[in-house]
Design a binder for this molecule. Structure first.
Ligand code: NAD
Ligand code: UDP
Length: 317
């Protein structure tokens, strides 16, 4: 007998990561229900699947319960850029808590496996470096980033309590800074900001002196890790990210070199609670999932720049 087609629910499926996941699962001949409230997601990201018999699109807010019959829930719904999640921080906290609670309730009711898109932000502004999964973090409970950081921490807590109380099959994935095509040009995150500024011939806005670090993962690698994790027997939490670490100044200089070395950098104030360093330890994912990021920042930036050039209709010089 042919294996049954998996029925997947992807919350936040019209967003940056969610829409790449939709593409991968559709190309694997699975059924996909994409659920989104379009706060930061766009129909254009998934419009190429509308009308396909295995694809369904639902406008819904995860803070409200929903009844569906599915086998797997990929719970990504939540704004991810500081600009977006700080726009209405109370709503962000509600999305994290109520959204995850509702999706866990659904998973329990229908016996679905659920993957939570958690974040490196659960480590806050880390005192240890690099960050492995057993580090418990240094998070300000009352700052401007707390709605997101604490939101994801309670989401993780809910997952593990559902596992302990109801044997719900959970997968908790801590995603580190990921970039690639379909980021919003006005998203506020550093890779999209720098590329869009450089393509428009504007100076690049360096917050602080640019000595803070991040480790950037290309979207294709991240989605590969997400799928391997969902298919595994492990519940996590697992870090998924690229351990190559760069200062933000190095990132700016690399992007200038690729787009227009004549442009300048302007320093702007560092936002409150901005983590000073971030790099994942990915030994667990390597060992348990056999996963490894493959795309270098150099290669991933080239592809992302080309995508933005086309999306913004900016001609090659
Ligand atoms: P994104 O903003 O592009 O996608 C989030 C999606 O969720 C959007 O389509 C948005 O409209 C939708 N959404 C938000 N609130 C909702 C709600 N209440 N109900 C229904 N839909 C809602 O961001 P992304 O980068 O694709 O991030 C996806 C997930 O991955 C998020 O949960 C984020 O926290 C997590 N994550 C991302 C990164 C990253 O670097 N991209 C890093 C860590 C964690
Ligand atoms: N950043 C910057 N200029 C920008 C946008 C961001 O220097 O135009 C910095 C920001 O202060 C942070 C880093 O880049 O130190 C990554 O920011 P992003 O918002 O992409 O992700 P996060 O802080 O959530 O890791």
């Amino acid at each position: 007998m042919a294996p049954l087609v998996k029925r997947n629910l992807i919350t936040g499926g019209a967003g940056f990561l969610g829409s790449h996941l939709v593409d991968r699962l559709m190309k694997a001949d699975e059924e996909v229900i994409c659920l989104d409230n379009y706060f930061t997601g766009r129909k254009e990201n998934i419009s190429h699947w509308i009308g396909h018999p295995r694809f369904e699109l639902i406008r819904h807010d995860v803070t409200e319960p929903i009844k569906l019959e599915v086998d797997r829930i990929w719970h990504l719904a939540c704004p991810a850029s500081p600009v977006h999640y700080q726009f209405n921080p109370i709503k962000t906290a509600k999305t994290s808590f109520l959204g995850t609670y509702n999706m866990l309730g659904l998973a329990r009711r229908v016996g679905a496996r659920i993957l939570l898109a958690s974040t490196s932000e659960v480590y806050g502004d880390p005192e240890i470096h690099p960050q492995s999964e057993d580090y418990r973090g240094c998070v300000n409970t009352i700052g401007p980033r707390s709605c997101y950081d604490e939101g994801k921490r309670i989401s993780e807590t809910l997952c593990f309590d559902y596992q302990r109380m109801h044997a719900t099959e959970i997968r908790v994935m801590r995603i580190f800074n990921t970039y690639g095509p379909r980021m919003l040009p006005d998203d506020g995150r550093v890779v999209s900001n720098f590329i869009v500024q450089a393509l428009r011939g504007l100076p690049l806005t360096l917050y602080g002196d640019g000595s803070q670090t991040r480790s950037f993962c290309y979207v294709d690698d991240l989605i590969e890790g997400m799928i391997s994790f969902m298919n595994s027997d492990c519940c996590g939490p697992f870090n998924i990210g690229n351990p190559e670490e760069f200062t933000i100044r190095e990132l700016a200089e690399l992007i200038l070199l690729k787009i227009n070395p004549r442009l300048s950098l302007i320093e702007q104030p560092l936002p409150a609670d901005d983590p000073m360093q971030r790099r994942p330890v990915i030994d667990l994912a390597r060992r348990e999932l056999g996963w490894n990021p493959r795309v270098s920042l150099n290669q991933g930036l080239d592809d992302t720049i080309e995508w933005f050039r086309r999306a913004l209709d900016i001609k090659n010089p």
